[in-house]
Design a binder for this molecule. Structure first.
Ligand code: ADP
Length: 274
C-alpha cells in the first residue's frame, strides 16, 4: 500500500521531468534546424549572384564583344557584386545585433530632422517616380542608437519605395499620443499605395530571408534581411512594429516607441555638453 502511494507521488514528478527534457530537446532541435536553414539560405543567396557572375566571365572570355556590349556585361557584373556586398553587409549587421549583449547606446535623436533625411533618401531611391510626403506632427525626440534606428527605419522607407509601382504615393509621419499632456507613445509610420501583403504573410515578414515574392525582392535589390534587422533593433529599443496591409492597395508599417524612449525636443544626449 505504501508502495502504491509512493508510486503515485513519483509518477507526476517523473512525467514532469520527462516533459521538461522533451521540451529541451524540441527547443534544441528547433534551434539546430533553424541554423541549418539559415546556412542553406545564406549559401543559396551567395551562390546565385556568383553563378551569374561566372556566366558573365565566360561570356567575356568566349564571345567577341564590341565596346558597347563589353560595357553592358561589366555593368551587369557590377550589379551582381553590389548585391553580394549588400547581402554580406546585412549579414554582418544581423550577426552584430544578435550577438550584442549590451543595450543600445542612448543618444537623443532629433526625429523631425531624421524624417527630412528619410524623405530625401526616399526621393533619391524613387528617382521622381513616386509622390513622397512627410509630416512631423510632434517635435518629440527619441532616445536610442542613431545607427541602429537608422538601419531599421530607413529599411521601412526603402521597402515602401521598392514595393510601390511607379506613380504611387508614400507618406512618412511622426506622431505622438498624449494622455493628460504627457506622451504615452510616439509612432513613426510609413504608408504606401503599393502591392500590399496578404494577411498570411504578415506574421512571418521579420524572419530572416522570408519574402513574399523572391524574384521581385531580388530584382529591386532586396536581401530578405531588412525586416529581420529592423525587428532586432526595435526589440532592443522596446519598440513595437505593427503592420497593416491590403493586397493591391498598399501597406502601412508603424514603429511605436514607448514613453520611456521619448524626450522633449532639444534634450541633450548624456555625456554631451548641454
Ligand atoms: P527584402 O530585402 O526582400 O525587401 P525585407 O526583410 O525588408 O526584405 O522584407 C521582407 C518581405 O516583406 C519583402 O520581400 C516583401 O515581400 C515584403 N514587404 C516588405 N515591405 C513591404 C511593403 N512596403 N509592401 C509590400 N511588401 C513588403
Amino acid at each position: 500500500r505504501s508502495q502504491f502511494t509512493l508510486s503515485v507521488q513519483v509518477f507526476p514528478y517523473g512525467d514532469q521531468q520527462k516533459l521538461l527534457l522533451s521540451q529541451d530537446i524540441t527547443q534544441l532541435e528547433r534551434t539546430e534546424s533553424m541554423r541549418r536553414d539559415f546556412v542553406a539560405n545564406v549559401s543559396h543567396e551567395i551562390k546565385t549572384p556568383l553563378t551569374v557572375l561566372g556566366g558573365f566571365v565566360e561570356t567575356m572570355r568566349d564571345m567577341p564583344l564590341d565596346e558597347t556590349q563589353r560595357l553592358r556585361v561589366l555593368d551587369m557584373m557590377q550589379t551582381q557584386s553590389d548585391r553580394m556586398r549588400h547581402l554580406v553587409d546585412d549579414l554582418l549587421v544581423l550577426a552584430r545585433l544578435e550577438g550584442d549583449p549590451y543595450p543600445p547606446t542612448e543618444m537623443v535623436i532629433d526625429m523631425p530632422s531624421m524624417m527630412t533625411q528619410y524623405q530625401n533618401e526616399a526621393q533619391a531611391l524613387s528617382g521622381g517616380r513616386h509622390q513622397i510626403k512627410m509630416e512631423a506632427r510632434t517635435d518629440l525626440w527619441v532616445r536610442g542608437s542613431p545607427q541602429e534606428l537608422h538601419s531599421a527605419l530607413s529599411n521601412l522607407v526603402s521597402n515602401a519605395v521598392r514595393y510601390t509601382p511607379d506613380g504611387g504615393a508614400i507618406s512618412l509621419a511622426w506622431d505622438a499620443v498624449l494622455i493628460d499632456g504627457q506622451p504615452r507613445y510616439a509612432e513613426f509610420s510609413v504608408s504606401d499605395t503599393g502591392i500590399g501583403i496578404a494577411a498570411e504573410h504578415i506574421p512571418r515578414l521579420t524572419e530572416r530571408f522570408y519574402r513574399v515574392d523572391r524574384g521581385r525582392s531580388r530584382e529591386s535589390g532586396g536581401t530578405g534581411l531588412g525586416l529581420a534587422i529592423a525587428k532586432h533593433v526595435l526589440v532592443r529599443h522596446q519598440a513595437e512594429l505593427l503592420v497593416h496591409s491590403t493586397p493591391g492597395k498598399g501597406s502601412r508599417f508603424v514603429v511605436r516607441f514607448p514613453a520611456a524612449r521619448l524626450a522633449p525636443a532639444g534634450t541633450p544626449s548624456a555625456g554631451r555638453a548641454a
